[in-house]
Design a protein around this ligand. Structure first.
Ligand SMILES: [Zn+2]
Length: 666
């Protein structure tokens, strides 16, 4: 194995430079001095100290042509088959082809979701592979596009290349690719504006070979990515003097004679690699320290107009490293890069291994969690990225877990968090200091869920959700059901389950049932009934008071009671959950009933000496998924003051719906 890899590495060096000159007109940095990963270590076994299988290792050289808005790249992949399946072909994602024509699956889905505006003529992108060599053999002419999800022949986001020599379980192969790419004006947080670049999902990238075959989905509008873990050794050549940030750590930086600088980064045990560069970035660094967690070097690349908010970015990132670290497990990389995106770049709020984009505004009051909410969310993704789920099929496993964790960390960090709105084109914020935003409802995004609660069965592969409501089922519903489970089991139990899941599935690819197994195991309960409702059905929860009366008896009962109170609790939604029904009497007594919530209704009759004044279903709001909480309670004496308060609250909920609609981020 060693011998063959070494031979191939030599062949690449011989073949690459001539072709690249042809493409970019300027030579890329020479790579002879840089050993391919195969020459320094075996890939048949994970290297000592490896946390992941490291079966997909990328060595990439890429040059940015700022004037032409293009990339020219070449890469060598050392791939090992860790499935039980023999590979007879290779499959690659070419994500930027999603924005090369209006009929790609991504563009079609975006139109279904309601976005009708046509991109600017200079917005389109492309990824054109010019050379493919497998084990040293040029197979370029045999590459073809496939569309495994929908058969869309206009979609070029998945490329297949046959293997003349199949690669059996634990077998390895070296693949070399050369390509050019047109950088988009931002689509899906990817691309350039002026001299600011966010270069993500930018290189030809292998799908994941599973025991049942390749898992290489087309690029979809509402879902993200999936890949195996490995080492990324990436050299990026950009104009001199520009600041660059990337996944991993910078290893070397060298100025070239042609006015460019080559930054070489290395990241280990990651499943993707992203980078950003700009002439305008300012840079700040701080260190996260904690008595029981490893140190993390935090690097912030920020826009000059946001210099007053530098510390807020660090505080939010540090809070994430602290709370997620204490609750789920330690952040394993020792470094993290926070990118404050350029104004109107459309690139804020997105996570990549060890690097993420946040997002703020020029004026951002301290009582509003901007930039904190997006910073905690994207920093938090780093933890659920360590657990490598399939984001095409089970996006809830990272976005949902992370929305829940974000809301919890924002509350634990006691960041001031009030309702706000913006005027004058979004420049001037106005904060409603009377309206604090709560973790349970706003943090878990209840309003967005309520509007589309039954739109999809969560266990459907995410890329097949209705694009217009996929976010609510992925993010909001999961956050609400996890918080409901926390209320039901208690935080210590749920925390132990989440940390067990994190430890067991780090650097692996868990399926939904793996998550449910851990929850059952740690809680000591069979929670299948709950997962059936929240995950394997599209049923909604809604409990309400159907009838409530308390009437004086014509004559006292044998026990001396003078009032008969009747409470009828009703299950209006298809889904069930155990709830409390609490009735309060004029003498101050409260009676709490525990209803399993399964029948359509439950009748309670009380004969007592006092008249009832109110009844309420789930007054502690354990069931956060209840889509209509306003029907959960009834009082017998209408009180003008309370009624107006209720209307005011309804108005606030409406306002919050509006805010949440605008507040949606990845
Ligand atoms: Zn997210």
């Amino acid at each position: 194995m060693h011998a063959r890899s070494f031979l191939c590495a030599l062949l690449v060096v011989a073949g690459v430079d001539a072709l690249t000159q042809d493409i970019a007109r300027q030579p890329l940095p020479r790579i002879e001095s840089r050993p391919a990963p195969s020459q320094t270590q075996s890939h048949d076994q994970p290297a000592p100290g490896a946390r992941s299988p490291r079966n997909a290792n990328y060595s990439i050289d890429v040059r940015l042509d700022h004037a032409a808005r293009t990339l020219a790249g070449r890469e060598t992949i050392q791939w090992r088959n860790i499935s039980s399946q023999t590979a007879t072909e290779l499959q690659f994602h070419l994500y930027w082809n999603a924005w090369r024509n209006a009929d790609s699956t991504w563009m079609r889905e975006r139109r279904l979701a309601g976005t009708r505006t046509a991109p600017r003529p200079d917005a389109w992108s492309s990824c054109d592979v010019s050379v493919v060599r497998v084990a040293g053999v040029d197979v370029t002419s045999r590459k073809r596009f496939i569309a495994p999800d929908d058969g869309n022949t206009a979609d070029q986001t998945v490329m297949s290349v046959p293997l003349d020599t199949p690669v059996g379980p634990n077998g390895s192969v070296q693949i070399e690719l050369e390509w050019t790419a047109k950088i988009p004006r931002p689509f899906a947080r990817t691309g350039y504006i002026d001299d600011y670049y966010v270069v993500v999902q930018w290189f030809p990238k292998l799908g994941v070979l599973a025991d049942y075959g390749w898992n290489t989905h087309q690029f979809h509008a509402a879902t993200e990515f999936y890949a195996d873990y490995g080492i990324y050794d990436v050299s990026m050549t950009v104009p001199n003097g520009w600041t660059l940030g990337a996944s991993g750590r910078e290893v070397t930086k060298s100025a070239n004679t042609d006015g460019t600088t080559t930054h070489r980064y290395r990241g280990e045990d990651i499943h993707d690699f992203a980078w950003t560069t700009s002439a305008r970035f300012l840079e700040a660094r701080q260190t996260f320290e904690h008595p029981e967690l490893p140190r993390v070097e935090m690097r912030l690349l920020y826009q000059p107009e946001h210099s007053a908010q530098v510390q807020r970015h660090f505080d939010a990132t540090a809070a994430t490293l602290k709370y997620y670290g204490e609750w789920f497990g330690a952040y394993p990389y020792g470094h993290i890069t926070i990118v404050d995106p350029a104004y109107q770049s459309g690139s804020g709020g997105m996570e990549y291994p060890t690097l993420f984009t946040a997002g703020t505004r020029w004026l951002s009051p301290r009582s509003v969690t901007q930039p904190e909410a997006v910073t905690v969310h994207e920093a938090g993704h780093q933890f659920w990225y360590v657990v490598g789920n399939n984001e095409f099929e089970h996006a809830w496993m990272d976005e949902g877990l992370n929305t829940y964790s974000t809301a919890r960390a924002i509350a634990a960090g006691a960041f001031p968090n009030y309702l706000s709105t913006r005027f004058f084109g979004g420049f001037i914020p106005w904060v409603f200091m009377e309206v604090p935003l709560s973790r349970e409802t706003e943090g878990n995004r209840l309003a967005g869920y309520r509007a589309v609660a039954e739109s999809d069965i969560q266990s459907t592969p995410t890329f097949r959700y209705w694009p217009g409501s996929a976010g609510a089922i992925t993010y909001n519903k999961t956050a609400l059901w996890l918080n409901t489970l926390e209320n039901h089991l208690g935080w210590p139990t749920l925390q132990k389950a989440l940390s067990t899941y994190f430890a067991r599935w780090s650097f692996r690819h868990p399926q939904p049932d793996d998550f449910f197994t851990v929850l059952n195991e740690v809680s000591g309960q069979d929670l299948t009934w709950f997962f059936n409702e929240v995950h394997r059905s599209s049923n909604a929860f809604d409990y309400g008071v159907q009838e409530f009366s308390s009437e004086r008896l014509e004559r006292a009962s044998a026990s001396g009671a003078t009032y008969r109170t009747i409470v009828v609790a009703q299950r209006l939604g298809e889904a069930f959950f155990p709830v409390e029904v609490v009735t309060t009497f004029r003498d101050g007594e409260r009676i709490t009933e525990r209803w399993d919530g399964r029948d359509r209704r439950q009748v309670y009759v009380y004969e007592r000496g006092a008249e009832a004044v109110s009844t309420e279903i789930d007054p502690r709001r354990t069931l956060l998924l209840d889509v209509d909480y306003t029907n959960n309670s009834r009082t017998l004496e209408p009180r003008a003051g309370e009624a107006s308060l209720k209307w005011a609250l309804t108005w606030m909920v409406w306002m919050q719906d509006l805010m949440l609609t605008y507040g949606f981020f990845a």
